[in-house]
Write a protein that binds this ligand. Structure first.
Ligand code: DGL
Length: 266
């Protein structure tokens, strides 16, 4: 038993989809979450910079006594896997768990949508090609999604969101992909809009949920579960906005404080 919190970090609200998934399995875990909103979006930054930011984010949550850390960000998971693997605290990423999940559901064609930096890294494409041999992989960068979601455009009826979804996903709908990977943790927040556009056809694999499941399995196996459901949220952006939006995505007000922390220099 270990009552220390699980650490999560992301460029903003997206990692909340991993918190939500984890809470469904282990509701009593304590959580420390860092949303680096001031430096969002990560997905348009160069790899060198992302690797340094990954290290800073890890240090931030580790300094809050995290027993393990989930890099709840597809962009970091795809551009800095070695930084995560070498970290002295046990880390989890959202890429490898997602690809393992995809391999369990054989599909002739798999779509993967993620940020520009994530798709440009080729990490999902490479891992899927080896885990799902024979499947055709269609990877699409969706750079407008994260800024839209962070500015409150997440409702499936939202016009700007609907236009962006149609623009990015048209080739995948045309192709009739059998499975779709939401390779950016923010995309779980617009799953309804994506589903509405693509229809019930494709099997949807949400990166955040896959990683949360693997983390929970590990905690159980290692007998490291423990906590009282406490949560601390830190954001480098506006604490007020974070509180408002996190309540929408968690389905309730955040338990405990949402603190503003200064933006880190990279
Ligand atoms: N949630 C992050 C990811 O999974 C978003 C990155 C961004 O800020 O562009 O990639």
């Amino acid at each position: 038993m270990d009552n220390r919190p699980i650490g999560f970090f992301d460029s903003g609200l997206g990692g909340l989809t991993a918190v939500r998934a984890l809470r469904r399995i282990l509701p009593d875990e304590n959580i420390i979450y860092f949303g680096d909103t001031a430096r969002m979006p990560y997905g348009s930054r160069p790899t060198d910079m992302l690797r340094k930011m990954a290290r800073q984010d890890l240090d931030f949550v580790a300094s809050r006594d995290a027993k393990c850390i989930l890099a709840a960000c597809g962009t970091v998971s795809s551009t800095a896997p070695d930084v995560l693997a070498a970290y002295p605290v046990r880390t989890f990423d959202v890429l490898s768990s997602t690809v393992r999940e995809a391999a369990k559901h054989p599909a002739r064609s798999i779509g993967v949508i993620a940020t520009a930096a994530c798709i440009a890294s080729g990490a999902f494409q490479k891992a899927l090609a080896s885990a799902c041999p024979g499947a055709e992989i269609a990877a699409v960068a969706c750079p407008a999604f994260v800024p839209l979601i962070e500015s409150g455009h997440y409702d499936p009826d939202d016009e700007a969101l609907r236009a962006a979804v149609a623009e990015y996903l048209a080739p995948l709908r045309e192709k009739g992909v059998e499975a779709l990977i939401l390779g950016c943790t923010h995309y779980g927040l617009i799953e309804a809009a994506i589903r509405r556009y693509l229809g019930e056809g494709p099997y949807m694999i949400e990166a955040a949920a896959c990683a949360a499941r693997e983390l929970a399995d590990w905690l159980k196996r290692e007998k490291l579960c423990g906590g009282r459901g406490e949560e601390r949220f830190c954001t480098s952006g506006s604490a007020e906005d974070f509180t408002r939006f996190s309540a929408v995505f968690l389905g309730r007000a955040p338990r405990g404080e949402v603190a503003h922390v200064p933006e880190m220099e990279v």
